[in-house]
Design a protein around this ligand. Structure first.
Ligand SMILES: [Zn+2]
Length: 74
């Protein structure tokens, strides 16, 4: 194994941390969790302004799913 340098980037869609090879910097990569595609950036700031919106939407979706899956009590 020669240059196996990795860096950690949170997926802009699902927010999970991904290990990305440095050689993929600036290229389109695919999240292994939610299959979202985004450009791997070395910088910490996200190129998407609506990142918080995406996070909020993901959280809302998770919340809705938790409600649906919750056992209904009577
Ligand atoms: Zn993802």
């Amino acid at each position: 194994m020669a240059s196996g340098a990795l860096f950690i980037r949170p997926c802009p869609t699902c927010g999970r941390n991904l290990e990305i090879h440095v050689e993929l910097l600036g290229r389109w990569v695919q999240c292994c969790h939610c299959s979202a595609e985004f450009i791997a950036s070395a910088r910490n700031e996200t190129p998407w302004i609506d990142d918080r919106v995406d996070r909020a939407l993901a959280e809302a979706a998770r919340y809705m799913a938790s409600i649906e899956h919750a056992p209904s009590r009577r």
